[in-house]
Design a protein around this ligand. Sequence first.
Ligand code: AMP
Length: 214
Amino acid sequence: MERIVLLGPPGSGKGTQAELLCKRENFIHLSTGDLLRGEITGKTEFGRMVKEYIDNGLLVPDDKITDYVLNYLSKNDLYKKRVIFDGFPRRIFQSEALINSMKENASNLECAVLIELDDKTVIDRLSNRLVYSKCKKIFPGTYEEDNCSDCHQKLIKRTDDNTDVIKKRIEVYKAETEELIGYFEKKSMLKRIDGMGTSEEVFERIKKVLNEYV
Ligand code: AMP
C-alpha cells in the first residue's frame, strides 16, 4: 500500500496515526492544512490568497487547492512515494482530479482509510484532552507530566475543545466528509477502521488493512 487518504472525525487520532505511519512505515504525511498554514506564515502570494478563506472558515476553491497539491506532488517527486493524504481530497472534484493525475503519472491511489468513532467518544476525548502549547502534542486529561521534554511548554486546553464548539466541529466534519465517504465506498476504495482503543491497537488495525494490498 503506497498512497492512501486518511479520514476521520476530530479526536479520532488521525494525527497520531499519520505520525506512526510516517515513523514506522516510511510514509510521507501530506497535510494540506499544514501546507497552507506554512504558505501563510511564509507570506507567499498563494498564502495571502488562501488566508482569506481560512480566516473565514471557508474551503479554498477546488481548482486552486487542486492545482496547488498536484503541483506539490510533482515538484517533490511524490507520485511514486508512500504518501498519506490528510485534508485532501475534501470534495469529489478534488478526488477525481487526484485519481486522474495519479493515473497520468503511472501511479495510483489505493484506498481511503476512515477511522470511525461515535459522537459520544469524540466529545469525551476532545473535552478531556490537553495539548502542549508549542509542539501541539496531545495527551488525555489525566496525563501528569507538566512540561514537555521537547518544547518545554506547559500542557493547556485548546480553546476549541469545549462541548459546544466540539459539537459544531462534528457537524462540520460530517457535512464535509459524507459525500467523500460515499464516493470512495462506490469505488470500493473505502476501508473502515474501528477508532476505539489505544493508538497502538488502532495502528495495528490500519496496518492489517494496508498489508492486504501487499
Ligand atoms: P485543516 O487543517 O485540514 O482543517 O485545514 C485548514 C483549512 O485549510 C480549511 O479550513 C480550509 O480552509 C483549508 N483547506 C485545507 N485543505 C483543503 C482542501 N482540500 N480543500 C479546500 N480547502 C482546504
